[in-house]
Ligand binder design. Structure first.
Ligand code: PLP
Length: 393
């Protein structure tokens, strides 16, 4: 006998993976430039120069030290620099002794969830949400509860309050959001914090807020992303450099347990134990040292902003409805069919690969990942127009 859940997750393919595989096959068949693949969130902008410069410098040094184990929680010197940077930017009293360096956001989330969940605990996510939250939560013994957002995709506090109960252990938020590009406003985060505190007072139990923020630096029009740790003590930050530095294959990120949390020392100990039990200890040594030299840097975000503007203008001109993205590199397009999967299938016939929103916990949209070349966006416009006309006639 094999564990039922693990087997099912291994055998099933997410909509995103299915489309990406279809896209790869289609590109081999008709040529990469003829397929408009908007299916995945792989950064399309190179890493900033500091990344390769740091690697070139580091490999000249002592190979044994460079490629050896570091401490389980990551180099103290790196955690100190990260904490200093976070405190300067967000005033959150981050402490290196409550930080844990990980293999990206996926590891940050699984380590955090396994650190706090007991079997049967509920974890609330706000739709639309990153589909792996379900696997991460259920893998840690929890049950995922989906809360629908307001029409503008901000958190609907009344819906959230209605979902809170004695079994709720955590709420996961993700802003800037994958798949919609929405950024939760400061007022929205403050209202969320008040609702969570009220629930804690009512139940006498800790309710954790997990803030998944791999797109934190990818925002447009100068808007700022409020830091939830500033407003809510029982919070855990899950970060990754995958998107901000365009290094998703290098697997590097971190967890911050809020030092203002009453039980921070125990929660951090549980994070360490969770990381240990999942095998997420001693993240890549070379990349810990690269990150140490690149704090405060990002890849060229303006490239995504230009892509966003060209895409929005083109879609608007054709007549499409969409939620204007404020961050990340995704656009949520209103499906022209009540069934977003059917719309995505029709789009495929125009060589447009768009992910239906049902897997993200909300019906009626498709996700367009615009982390692609400028040419892909420009060349795709006739296909978007033909798809639109197919529905309008
Ligand atoms: N969380 C969100 C919202 C994401 O979009 C992703 C990746 O696309 C992850 C987590 C996982 O990131 P990582 O590649 O750093 O593990």
């Amino acid at each position: 006998m094999l564990p039922e859940k693990q087997l099912a997750w291994g055998l099933s393919r997410s909509c995103i993976r299915e489309l990406a595989e279809y896209g790869a096959a289609r590109k081999a068949e008709i040529g990469a430039d003829k397929v408009f693949d908007f299916s995945i969130g792989n950064p399309s902008v190179p890493a900033p120069d500091c990344v390769n410069e740091a690697i070139a410098e580091l490999i000249k040094g002592d190979s044994i030290a460079l490629h050896g184990y570091t401490t389980a929680a990551g180099l103290m010197s790196l955690r100190q620099k990260l904490a200093e940077d976070l405190n300067k930017r967000f005033d959150i009293a981050a402490k290196p002794e409550f930080m844990y360096v990980t293999c990206g956001a996926a590891a940050s989330l699984t380590v955090s969830l396994n650190a706090i969940l007991l079997p049967g605990d509920e974890v609330i996510v706000i739709a639309p949400f990153f589909p792996e939250y379900r696997v991460f939560t259920e893998g840690a013994g929890g049950k995922l509860v989906v809360v629908q957002p307001k029409d503008d995709l901000q958190i609907d506090i009344d819906n959230l309050k209605a979902a809170l109960n004695n079994k709720t252990k955590a709420v996961i938020i993700n802003s800037p959001n994958n798949p919609s590009g929405a950024v939760y406003s400061e007022d929205n985060i403050k209202a969320l914090s008040v609702a969570l505190k009220e629930h804690e007072e009512k139940t006498g139990e800790t309710l954790y807020l997990i803030s998944d923020e791999p797109y934190r630096e990818i925002v447009y029009g100068g808007i700022s992303v409020p830091c939830p740790l500033k407003y809510y003590d029982d919070s855990i930050m899950c970060y990754s450099f995958s998107k901000s530095l365009s290094v998703p294959g290098e697997r590097i990120g971190y967890i911050v347990v809020n030092s203002r949390m009453k039980d921070a020392a125990n929660v951090y100990a549980s994070v360490m134990g969770s990381g240990r039990s999942l095998g997420f200890v001693n993240p890549p040594s070379l990349f810990q040292r690269v990150i140490e030299r690149c704090i405060g840097q990002t890849s060229d975000i303006s490239e995504y902003e230009t892509n966003r503007n060209i895409l929005c203008e083109g879609l608007k001109e054709i007549g499409y409805d969409y939620i204007e993205p404020q961050g990340a590199f995704y656009l949520f397009l209103k499906s022209l069919d009540p069934d977003a999967k059917a719309f995505s299938d029709k789009a495929k016939a125009h060589e447009l690969l768009l992910v239906p929103s049902d897997d993200f916990g909300i019906p009626g949209y498709v996700r367009i990942s615009y982390c692609v070349s400028r040419k892909t966006i420009e060349d795709s416009m006739p296909a978007f127009k033909a798809l639109f006309e197919e529905y309008k006639h």
